[in-house]
Design a protein around this ligand. Structure first.
Ligand SMILES: Nc1ncnc2c1ncn2[C@@H]1O[C@H](COP(=O)(O)OP(=O)(O)OP(=O)(O)O)[C@@H](O)[C@H]1O
Ligand SMILES: [Mg+2]
Length: 428
């Protein structure tokens, strides 16, 4: 089996189109590899309600009847997929009724499901998340990245809440580095007070009502001032720098409006309250379409509806050129400034400010894609996701597993090149 990539679909608030996107995006991806969509919004049965196909086994059978997760994957049938174009797609439905222990997973249920997702037989696993930020959402997100966030210009508060998700993921990782039993502690064991102070600093950055340390960049600067060029300083800076946010605009209504009501507030909020150094990548948009909504109501994913392919003939070279333009606009080379100089270099090492970059990308995409229908939108988002998985590290997008805290800490520590040997058995 090829290496599997896991992509959670989340949003700050409900009703922005996560499930709609997750279903149609998974179907589009399945043309490129075996794709399984897992319903993690287990209280609502949203996915089984949107796909009119009989479900044999679901999460109830996984949790209560000893079925493996692979056995709980439901494929489409001939009625929904007469031309058998989506034979590589399957979904794991949530339980039919509300079952408390499955709706609100306890720790052991969660661990079982995460392990099963990690060993699921698929090339791509898409997770349809519950809205919001409780531990049922956060614990299923890989520590490394936020999957795909769905924004919509129609619900600005959801966009702001989306930057809280990024913040929560980053803080979860940072807190791991600075736990009591962290191997990093041995690198400053002579300064127990400072260890406490670091944790206090993290509390203050996370506390939105405390403005004494504004964001993670201020926190990193503080560390650099106190510890200098130290494994901890480098690890924190790297954690922030390597974090990438990927988003899709749903209910897209033109460049200006989307930019002003979704992209701009998101990037500004992220810069102000989290960091100016996380990369932000636009993976495309989905237009508002009555056909999409009607398809949902008819339990037929929109992408399965017949449509006339009015593909303009484009040669491979011009397609590649477009990809390149978009990818350059999205992902400028970011030269990391030396840690000590970060405070001063923060502004000058980004030649174009992130907002101008986002607007340029949106305009470029729009110029190329303005006549696209929603079929093409989903196709484009899946192409961009595949392109990103090919060109970026799994830790930046589509990680290969959902790590346990201890696994994550091990990985971070191994990367930090601290020469001390740490006995992991002791930490288990
Ligand atoms: N691009 C679109 N065009 C038209 N209608 C859409 C589009 N995307 C979503 N909708 C409609 O918006 C509503 C919410 O969509 P959906 O259920 O996918 O959102 P969600 O984020 O999964 O919600 P929840 O937080 O409740 O899980 C649905 O009625 C859906 O049909
Ligand atoms: Mg949903």
């Amino acid at each position: 089996m090829a290496i599997k990539r896991i992509i959670p679909i989340s949003s700050g608030k409900g009703g922005v189109g996560k499930t709609t996107f997750a279903i149609n995006f998974s179907l589009a991806l399945s043309r490129h590899g075996k794709t399984v969509l897992v319903d993690l919004d287990t209280g609502t049965s949203a996915i089984r309600n949107a796909i009119d196909v009989p479900v044999g086994k679901d999460l109830y059978h996984f949790f209560r009847k000893g079925a493996s997760l692979n056995e709980c994957v439901t494929p489409l049938d001939d009625k929904l997929d007469p031309q058998r174009q989506f034979r590589n797609f399957g979904f794991v439905a949530g339980p039919m009724h509300l079952i408390e222990e499955i709706t609100n997973f306890g720790a052991s249920h969660k661990a079982r499901l995460i392990e099963a997702i990690n060993t699921l037989d698929a090339d791509y696993v898409i997770l349809d998340m519950r809205a919001g930020l409780d531990s049922n959402v956060i614990d299923f997100l890989p520590f490394s990245n936020s999957g795909i966030l769905i924004f919509t210009p129609h619900l600005p508060s959801a966009t702001l809440a989306a930057s809280d998700i990024v913040k929560a993921i980053l803080f979860r990782k940072l807190r791991l580095i600075f736990t009591k039993d962290s191997p990093f502690f041995s690198t400053i064991a002579d300064r127990i007070d400072y260890w406490r102070l670091i944790n206090d600093l993290i509390d203050r950055v996370e506390d939105v009502y405390d403005s004494s340390v504004q964001n993670l960049d201020a926190f990193a600067t503080d560390l650099a001032e106190n510890l200098g060029d130290h494994p901890i300083t480098r690890t924190v800076q790297q954690t922030i720098d390597e974090f990438r946010v990927h988003y899709v605009l749903n209910l897209f209504n033109g460049v200006e409006d989307s930019f002003n009501t979704a992209v701009r507030p998101f990037v500004e909020n992220l810069t102000k309250n989290v960091s100016a150094h996380c990369g932000v990548t636009n993976l495309g948009w989905i237009t508002r379409s009555d056909a999409i909504h009607r398809a949902n109501c008819n339990k037929l994913p929109a992408i399965l509806l017949p449509h006339n392919v009015k593909k303009e003939k484009r040669d491979r070279a011009s397609q590649e050129l477009d990809d390149l333009r978009v990818s350059i606009g999205l992902e400028p080379t970011r030269k990391a400034a030396p840690v000590k100089a970060r405070g001063i270099a923060a502004k000058s090492d980004e030649q174009v400010d992130p907002l101008t970059r986002q607007l340029d990308v949106l305009k470029t995409m729009f110029e190329q894609k303005k006549n696209d229908d929603y079929f093409a939108n989903f196709d484009y988002a899946s192409q961009r996701a595949l392109f990103t998985m090919k060109t970026r590290r799994p830790s930046e997008f589509g990680d290969i597993r959902i790590y346990t805290p201890n696994e994550m800490l091990k990985t971070i520590f191994a990367k930090s090149n601290v020469p001390t040997a740490v006995d992991w058995e002791e930490l288990e």
